[in-house]
Design a protein around this ligand. Structure first.
Ligand code: FES
Length: 103
């Protein structure tokens, strides 16, 4: 398991998301004081959810064709996406937000 430092807690206001440059690119979200992480690329086509998406509660909306995903589970909740996003564990340590991914 690899850990990547995604951002500082203060970089991510509640209701927002950030792209994390790694392979694969990840997205980190903060909703209701909790942190979540998923793959950043929409499963419909190649599009960054964190760079060009919008948050609506626990859902991220892809701005290209308006698919939605639940950031807690990765589940695709609106068409045209039918495949969910990978999700990843998040750890908060002090002011640092870490994502665990890979083997
Ligand atoms: S690329 Fe995301 S909905 Fe089409």
């Amino acid at each position: 398991m690899t850990k990547i430092r995604a951002c500082r807690v203060s970089d991510l206001p509640d209701g927002s998301c950030l792209r994390v440059e790694c392979d694969p690119p990840l997205a980190v979200y903060r909703v209701g004081g909790e942190f979540f992480a998923t793959a950043d690329t929409c499963t419909h086509e190649e599009w960054s959810l964190a760079e060009d998406g919008e948050m609506d509660g626990y859902e991220v909306i892809c701005c290209l064709h308006l698919a939605r995903f639940d950031v807690r589970t990765g589940e695709a909740t609106a068409l045209p996406a039918t495949v969910g996003l990978e999700t990843y564990p998040v750890e908060v340590s002090g002011d640092d937000v870490w994502i665990k991914y890979g083997d």
